[in-house]
Design a protein around this ligand. Structure first.
Ligand SMILES: Cc1cc2nc3c(=O)[nH]c(=O)nc-3n(C[C@H](O)[C@H](O)[C@H](O)COP(=O)(O)O)c2cc1C
Length: 178
């Protein structure tokens, strides 16, 4: 069975509320392999071979993290740099991820109003998507419609639980179609 690789990059996993709800829910689905990068590699010394093995057996790669400065937390950027190298992820002989699906799952502090031209962040959220999307596409992955939870500081427990359940359903639906 193809697994779902859930690459999880929260710098403070124990303090997380929003991402924690999402990752805990997703992890209850069979065949989901969670790689909590900040727990696994507190010194940033990523075991590249181990991470690649996880990705190789997956049909779906989930990238999950809180948005930090309109982007991914530093560890996930470092993961991209050292795991997705030429000859493995792209370039000659580099088709390890080609044909896999990629789902971006993220949480933001900003709510829907903040992510408008008039709002605090001056851009719609989709303007911040291309670096992650194109990283996946450059590696030949199919980019799925992202799963983003906005306004995560003000979201109530019930709405957060509903988001967490919706994410799990999304993964289950993906599995059912295989
Ligand atoms: C260093 C840092 C940078 C952040 N940058 C952004 C940002 O650019 N846009 C945004 O909407 N929220 C930003 N936030 C808010 C986080 O995205 C938010 O706290 C997180 O999604 C909540 O999820 P959690 O409960 O799992 O930590 C930032 C938070 C921190 C600590």
């Amino acid at each position: 069975m193809e697994t779902i690789a859930l690459v999880y990059a929260h710098p403070y996993p124990r303090r997380s509320i929003a991402c924690r709800a999402l990752v805990d829910s997703a992890a209850t689905l069979d065949g989901v392999e969670v790689r909590s990068l900040y727990n696994l590699y507190p010194d940033f010394e990523i075991d590249v071979a181990a991470e690649r093995a996880v990705l190789e057996r997956a049909g779906l790669v989930v990238l999950m993290h809180p948005i930090y400065w309109y982007s991914v937390p530093g560890m996930l950027k470092h993961y991209f740099d050292v795991v997705l190298t030429k000859g493995w992820a792209y370039g000659e002989g580099g088709g390890a991820l080609a044909g896999k699906d990629c789902l971006w799952v993220s949480t933001t502090g900003g709510n829907d109003d903040a992510y408008t031209p008039e709002g605090r962040h001056h851009h719609v959220f989709a303007h911040f998507t291309p670096p992650v999307e194109q990283t996946a596409r450059y590696c030949g992955m199919h980019w799925l419609d992202p799963f983003i939870v906005h306004g995560s500081h003000e979201i109530g427990a019930q709405a957060l639980a509903a988001s967490a359940a919706a994410l799990k359903q999304r993964l289950a639906d993906w599995r059912a179609k295989r």
